[in-house]
Design a protein around this ligand. Structure first.
Ligand SMILES: *[C@@H]1O[C@H](CO)[C@@H](O)[C@H](O)[C@H]1NC(C)=O
Ligand SMILES: *[C@@H]1O[C@H](CO)[C@@H](O)[C@H](O)[C@H]1NC(C)=O
Ligand SMILES: *[C@@H]1O[C@H](CO)[C@@H](O)[C@H](O)[C@H]1NC(C)=O
Ligand SMILES: *[C@@H]1O[C@H](CO)[C@@H](O)[C@H](O)[C@H]1NC(C)=O
Ligand SMILES: *[C@@H]1O[C@H](CO)[C@@H](O)[C@H](O)[C@H]1NC(C)=O
Ligand SMILES: *[C@@H]1O[C@H](CO)[C@@H](O)[C@H](O)[C@H]1NC(C)=O
Ligand SMILES: *[C@@H]1O[C@H](CO)[C@@H](O)[C@H](O)[C@H]1NC(C)=O
Ligand SMILES: *[C@@H]1O[C@H](CO)[C@@H](O)[C@H](O)[C@H]1NC(C)=O
Ligand SMILES: *[C@@H]1O[C@H](CO)[C@@H](O)[C@H](O)[C@H]1NC(C)=O
Ligand SMILES: *[C@@H]1O[C@H](CO)[C@@H](O)[C@H](O)[C@H]1NC(C)=O
Ligand SMILES: *[C@@H]1O[C@H](CO)[C@@H](O)[C@H](O)[C@H]1NC(C)=O
Length: 845
């Protein structure tokens, strides 16, 4: 095979750019605007870690109390975090309601940390203290029972302060007393708790985190030691997870703090420090890497409250990207399916990620968090968890305590709430804009740094993920010869056998390249066999491209190459068989049952993942160049895979214009900028994908010459209605009333951005993916019990005259087609099982 040597070498030396992410230097350590640290009952400043807690002097401080009792003890307190023990040696005692009033210079979320250690001082037995602690809007503690508590405890709250002062009131019950050992009121970074979180139970009402008062009940560092407040930029304490593991031998810990790479736009050290992201517990698969089980942690919680669960992840265990997928459960809810940290970390291995979830209020006093392998793993199973925070949310009374509040004084809170919401929303908007600008700047910097730091690593195909030998699949002595070092190569005899000697009745598709047969290997694997027409010169180039591309790129959202055959001048490609055919076939023309909106979104998300991987998975972006619904295939579970890489090209270097020789692609999907300027970038795929999105939404061909002129081109037609803000008028009638308006809006917006005239204005595939996932979340967040959402807000019935485009006079059409080659398959009704679309000839364009 001398003639094929050159391109095989190319295929064998696929080069991987080691991605050296730009560590985010933008985030300097956080300096709180409001920073009140008071060592109550102390007459001198106390140094804790590197912070001074000031003495609690009535004349200088913020306290108003009817009496001045400074209590102290010589009893040594040993708190779990160690550092803060001096704070517990003194306390303030209150026999009547008393309050601390703190001026607030920066409104927004603040930590409130209260330190308690019940000792006995003179006549005051703090163990029998019974009191409530309230702020203007919230009850933090009511009737705390310290009689069972012998050790020091720090209670941490976080709440949005919306007035110029924060008043913390201690009110003893009946004839009892109240006390406190130390108080912190400290500004938090505004973005630490965002307004969004996913509600685990879509039928349980949940509206925004901004107004929630939160109490930290657990903050856990998986697989690592205690991280003390001194080692956390926000003075949080993280405790080890061993005692929470239900079956500790199911988990094994791992640590590699150096592997943590904070990236721009992702979590920062303020989200959690490297000592948290750099350690984890994973599945203990030491006995069998294929075994399937969950690792579960269990926490005591108070029934009747909702909890905000923040799960911290950072893939420090994988050797490469796209190796680890796993599922996460909170109680019986599937909190994350097939979690893909490579995508979520913007293709940086070791990039931290966290996910916020809100539980429904439970009757149970245990909360369980489990991780387990995703069904998508083929080679080995794993699942990880790096850190976990569980925060109790206030109940409908604004209280964090089930007991009755002694003196929650809510006077004047309602008008302030409005101001608070407006303020926070405006603040959040500003933050979003700023974050966006920073993100863009940092992305640019990262790209530059990537370019400057190319490290080329030869990747042998034999080392790839498909290390199982294909030989075993061909019986009857037709195994691959020992001299073949190219595992994908399949003997012609085996192909003949698999296709019943190219039985014409097994043909499932015909394209410019040749015929596609359904086949079955001797081990029963169903395959699709594409047999090239030997006389086609163009076919040879595409044959090579396709093998190169598919042997490099293994991804569950790219159709897999099983093998190829080049014996006897044959050009045969063997792929995994995609049971359900093309996305296009499911949208229109073939009479399949209509896909639901969720199914469509999931298909779009899957194919966006595949394309995103093509664009970013390797050193150079690979541009598919023929993105269309006919090239998105569906397996038996409707999982989408992108197919047909015959036209793919390695993308241009950054800042280097790439002038391609011939514009290729499919009409109706073709990027107008690429068409005009012959300049090929990933953004051409983004454009085509935008057209696919509209196709999915409207379920009609992208070019339909039988329609009136202005309707022929779907992209133009859809944009026209989008601009009018009435896209819902032309969506697939079977979706009417079934799409949540905000999901539709997000989807529409995403598609519109993809169709921007200039590539630079289009989002990246990663952004598209993110937005589609968001659209799916919005769809799933539908509130069952809310009549408003279910009826009036849904897209109503469609006006028949706009939708019924098939009734129009076909003679009115005929624009656009000037130079459309007759081979464009989008014009014709496509037969089912046309698994592999026709390759469009480039001649004449
Ligand atoms: C509180 O401060 C005032 C004024 O600085 C001082 O006179 C007083 O002695 C201090 N009280 C205590 C208990 O330290
Ligand atoms: C501070 O309090 C300690 C005991 O709590 C006492 O011995 C000491 O004299 C006090 N110092 C001042 C300046 O009041
Ligand atoms: C704490 O206060 C002492 C004096 O009371 C001062 O010398 C020291 O520098 C302060 N430390 C910090 C970290 O502010
Ligand atoms: C303080 O009160 C607790 C419970 O109310 C009791 O168990 C303890 O003996 C008391 N301690 C003293 C020194 O009276
Ligand atoms: C506090 O808890 C103890 C033990 O559970 C109980 O005996 C006592 O009655 C409780 N006190 C109050 C005020 O709830
Ligand atoms: C405190 O007073 C309330 C009524 O005001 C009563 O229900 C409660 O039992 C009393 N608690 C104690 C510990 O005396
Ligand atoms: C803080 O982290 C450093 C390493 O980063 C470690 O050496 C030190 O012991 C830690 N200190 C505490 C108090 O955890
Ligand atoms: C992992 O599992 C093996 C076999 O079940 C057991 O021997 C080992 O102790 C476990 N490792 C940990 C860290 O628990
Ligand atoms: C893992 O836990 C979830 C939720 O409890 C459960 O549905 C699933 O079946 C468990 N998986 C395994 C392998 O035990
Ligand atoms: C918490 O309190 C706020 C008002 O302060 C309220 O809007 C919100 O619904 C409460 N949270 C829950 C879960 O009830
Ligand atoms: C609430 O505050 C008002 C004035 O601000 C006061 O008159 C009232 O007594 C307070 N109620 C309670 C229960 O403290």
């Amino acid at each position: 095979m001398p003639q094929t040597m050159d391109w095989r070498k190319v295929a064998l030396f696929v080069c991987v750019l080691s991605i050296l992410p730009l560590v985010c230097f933008c985030a300097t350590s956080f300096i709180p605007v409001d920073n009140y640290l008071i060592d109550c009952g102390s007459n001198a400043t106390t140094l804790v870690g590197n912070r001074n807690f000031t003495a609690d002097n009535l004349s200088k401080n913020f306290l108003s109390t009817p009496q001045d009792v400074l209590a102290s003890t010589s009893l040594k307190s040993t708190s779990s975090s160690g550092d803060d023990s001096p704070l517990y040696q003194t306390a303030r005692v209150f026999t009547r309601s008393s309050k601390y009033t703190f001026p607030i210079n920066h409104q927004g979320r603040h930590w409130i940390r209260l330190y308690f250690f019940p000792f006995t001082y003179q006549q005051y037995n703090l163990s029998s203290a019974s009191f409530s602690v309230t702020t203007q809007n919230n009850v933090l503690i009511s009737n705390n029972n310290f009689s069972v508590q012998k050790i020091p405890v720090m209670k941490e709250y976080s709440l949005s302060v919306t007035s110029n002062t924060l008043v913390i009131t201690f009110t003893p019950f009946n004839n009892s007393i109240a006390f406190v050992n130390a108080i912190e009121v400290v500004s938090m970074p505004d973005d630490l708790i965002s307004d969004d979180a996913v509600s685990l139970d879509p039928s349980a009402q949940f509206s925004g985190l901004v107004v929630q008062a939160l109490e930290t009940v657990f903050r856990v560092n998986m697989g690592g030691p205690t991280v003390s407040s001194r080692n956390d930029t926000l003075q949080r304490t993280w405790v080890p997870d061993q005692s929470f593991l239900v079956q500790s031998n199911f988990a094994s810990s791992f640590s590699n703090i150096g592997a943590v790479q904070y990236v721009d736009g992702g979590p920062t050290v303020n989200s959690a420090p490297p000592s948290v992201y750099g350690t984890l517990n994973e599945m203990n698969s030491s006995s069998d890497p294929r075994s399937i089980f969950n690792v579960t942690w269990q926490f005591d919680v108070e029934p009747g409250f909702q909890y905000l669960v923040r799960l911290h992840f950072c893939d420090i265990v994988s050797k490469g990207l796209n190796e680890l997928y796993f599922d996460v459960y909170v109680d019986s809810f599937l909190a994350a399916k097939d979690l893909d940290l490579s995508i979520l970390g913007n293709n940086v291995l070791g990039a931290p990620y966290y996910k916020d979830l809100v539980t429904p209020s439970t009757a149970n006093n245990k909360l369980r968090v489990s991780i387990g392998p995703s069904g998508l793993n083929s080679n080995y199973n794993n699942a990880i968890l790096n850190g976990l925070e569980i925060m109790k949310m206030n109940n409908s009374m604004g209280s964090l305590s089930a007991g009755t509040a002694a003196a929650a004084n809510n006077s004047g809170s309602s008008s302030k709430n409005v101001g608070m919401i407006v303020g926070v929303v405006l603040g959040a908007l500003g933050a979003v804009v700023l974050a966006g600008v920073l993100f863009v700047i940092c992305r640019k910097r990262r790209r530059l740094s990537q370019e400057q730091s190319k490290t080329w690593i030869p990747l042998s195909i034999n080392d790839g993920i498909t290390s199982h030998t294909m030989g075993s699949k061909y019986s009857n002595g037709t195994t691959i010869s020992a001299t073949s070092n190219y595992e994908y190569r399949v003997p012609f005899l085996a192909v003949q056998e698999a296709t019943n000697n190219f039985d014409e009745s097994w043909v499932i598709g015909v394209g410019g390249f040749g015929k596609v047969y359904k086949g079955e290997l001797s081990d029963g694997t169903k395959v699709a066999v594409k047999r090239g027409n030997p006389r086609s010169q163009q076919g040879l180039a595409e044959f090579r491209t396709e093998i190169e591309m598919l042997s490099q790129f293994r991804h569950r959202h790219l159709v897999s190459l099983i093998g190829y055959c080049d014996e006897k001048n044959e050009m045969i490609l063997i792929y995994e068989y995609m049971e359900k055919g093309t996305l296009k076939g499911h949208l229109y023309g073939l009479g399949f049952p209509s896909l639901s909106w969720k199914e469509r979104l999931e298909i779009c998300i899957g194919s966006a993942r595949g394309l995103h991987y093509l664009h970013t998975g390797y050193a150079k972006a690979v541009i598919h160049r023929d993105v269309k619904s006919a090239n998105i295939l569906l397996d038996e579970n409707l999982m989408a895979k992108v197919a047909d890489f015959g036209l793919s090209k390695t993308g241009p270097e950054i800042d280097q214009t790439h002038v391609s020789t011939a514009v290729k692609g499919s009409f109706g999907y073709l990027d107008p900028e690429y068409f005009r300027r012959q300049q090929l970038t990933e953004k051409s795929d983004v454009y085509s994908f935008g057209v696919v999105l509209f196709e999915v939404l409207c379920a009609r061909p992208v070019i339909d010459p039988s329609l009136p002129r202005e309707m022929v081109n779907l992209a133009e037609w859809a944009m026209k209605w989008h601009k009018k803000g009435q896209l819902e008028q032309i969506i697939d009638p079977t979706l009417a009333g079934k799409i949540r308006p905000d999901s539709l809006r997000k989807f529409e917006e995403t598609a519109e951005k993809c169709l921007a005239d200039y590539g630079v204005d289009r989002p990246s595939m990663g952004d598209v993916l993110w937005n589609l996932e968001y659209a799916l979340q919005l769809q799933e967040a539908v509130v069952q019990g809310d009549p408003e959402e279910n009826s009036t807000n849904m897209i109503g019935e469609l006006s028949p005259q706009v939708n019924n485009f098939n009734n129009h006079d076909p003679s009115a059409s005929g624009v656009v087609q000037l130079d459309v080659p007759s081979t464009v398959d989008d014009l014709s009704g496509v037969s089912m099982s046309r698994v592999f679309s026709q390759l469009v000839k480039s001649e004449g364009r």
